[in-house]
Design a protein around this ligand. Structure first.
Ligand SMILES: C[S@@+](CC[C@H](N)C(=O)[O-])C[C@H]1O[C@@H](n2cnc3c(N)ncnc32)[C@H](O)[C@@H]1O
Length: 182
């Protein structure tokens, strides 16, 4: 499995991460890929970063690249399964640039998101709350193909206040960064 190379979506989410006050914070980079968001979190002053990816090659490459950085912890696995090691851990910031491209079947987990690109996003939306600190912030990148308003509706029903803080129009879709907090 190839490792996702940073692109427009990555840069948009990175911009949102760098706009947060992360000094001394515990951050989670879900679906780390090349590690671009984990590095942005450290650049923003995060104390600790956890980087998770289902793609073993992403974890291998990021670990190698960051072997001299001791405040990133890497986990290979599906979404929040890594928490079974430490179920009480809470993050001040969770950022996710998910596989959001609509696809008939999920062949390339980096980008294929199944029907409406929502397969992984919907599971993430069900699970992220238990890992988010009380005053924590969620930054989620989505595409216009995913129905961003519906996603914000799901977050709002859970008691979050959500807004689109960044957007970028591409040729065939629009990308959004949704920022949510309780
Ligand atoms: C669009 S890429 C984003 C990579 C990187 N964060 C960036 O911004 O460039 C999506 C990443 O999510 C990972 N991923 C897909 N499904 C996942 C899952 N269920 N649990 C954890 N990571 C997953 C993919 O392997 C891929 O690295």
């Amino acid at each position: 499995m190839e490792v996702y190379k940073a692109a427009e979506d990555s840069w948009l989410l990175k911009e949102a991460i760098l706009a947060e006050d992360l000094k001394g914070k515990n951050c989670l980079d879900m679906g780390t890929g090349s590690g671009i968001q984990a590095m942005a979190m450290l650049e923003g002053g995060a104390k600790n970063v956890t980087a998770v990816d289902i793609n073993p090659n992403a974890i291998k490459a990021s670990k190698k690249k960051n072997s001299n950085v001791d405040n990133i912890t890497f986990f290979e696995g599906d979404l929040f399964k890594f928490l079974h090691n430490n179920p009480a851990e809470k993050f001040d910031l969770i950022a996710f640039n998910p596989p959001y491209v609509p696809s008939e079947e999920i062949k390339w987990k980096d980008t294929d998101g199944g029907e409406r690109g929502r397969e992984v996003i919907d599971v993430f939306l069900e699970e992220f709350e238990r890992a988010l600190a009380k005053k924590g912030v969620l930054l989620l990148l989505v595409s216009s193909h995913n129905n961003e308003k519906e996603i914000m509706g799901v977050l709002n029903k859970k008691g979050f206040v959500s807004q689109i803080i960044l957007e970028k129009k591409l040729f065939f879709e629009k990308l959004f960064v949704i920022r949510s907090e309780r």
